[in-house]
Write a protein that binds this ligand. Sequence first.
Ligand code: HSE
Length: 291
Amino acid sequence: MLTVRAPATSANLGSGFDVFGVALSHPADVVRVEKADEVTIEVTGAGSQYIPEDPEKNTVGAVADALDAPARIKIDKGIRPASGLGSSAASAAAAAVALNELYDRGHSREELVPIAAKGEAVVSGDAHDDNVAPAIMGGFTIATDDGVTKVDADVPLVACLPDIVVSTRDARNVVPQRAKVSQLVETVGNAATLTTGMHRDDPELVGQGMYDSVVTPARAKLIDGYDDVREAAFDAGATGVTISGAGPAVIAACHEGDRRSVGTAMLETFDAHGVDARVHQTHIGDGATLY
Ligand code: HSE
């Protein structure tokens, strides 16, 4: 039997829609695999009651198929589904790394990214590499059609997950199909600033580069209290705040000493809007780890 832990991730980071992602040091999913004649899946943990165990409908079924790796697969969810923290990507990434090892398939971490993305497509409708890339490779990742570039960055992050469900499909339906050239120029500038900040482990540049005026405002309407939570996080010292992935989690970059106050401000503001939430004080972490 093999065990792999794959981390929660935060995609987009504002200016890098469908491209940027970071691995968070926690929470994480843990996947155990052992060889079997056919694929079976058992799911426990956060939100497991909403996750199908049918291999045709579960994110890891497609991964086992792609690797031709029938196995008894146990998923212990640390990341609830529809959170914006890469829940399905974490399970897919952990399964890809575990089954690649179990059956000695010899794929590199980068080669496993599109394989895990197939699994994620089962639940989100589209194959996006922006969550599976950091879940497999760790760090800050730039996922494009040409492959994945990874930066070993270390920036404090606070992820706040409200008790609201936003499906990736719904959140994609509100993405505007048009943007102004001025917004394109702004986005390129912010994405470049953020990438430079990751190379320098600089929370100020990373935070500055998280601003996005195209996708985030449209999605903010799906998250009760988002604008106030964002403002409260900035007041508490955040250097940048945006929606994590497709939401509803909100992700903030900050200096190490401000993590606690930023987290508290976000929690209290969601609470003022009548929304329960939980906070993860985290930093950029490793990708899937084999035990
Ligand atoms: N980039 C995706 C989105 C997240 O924002 O819809 C899931 O990969």
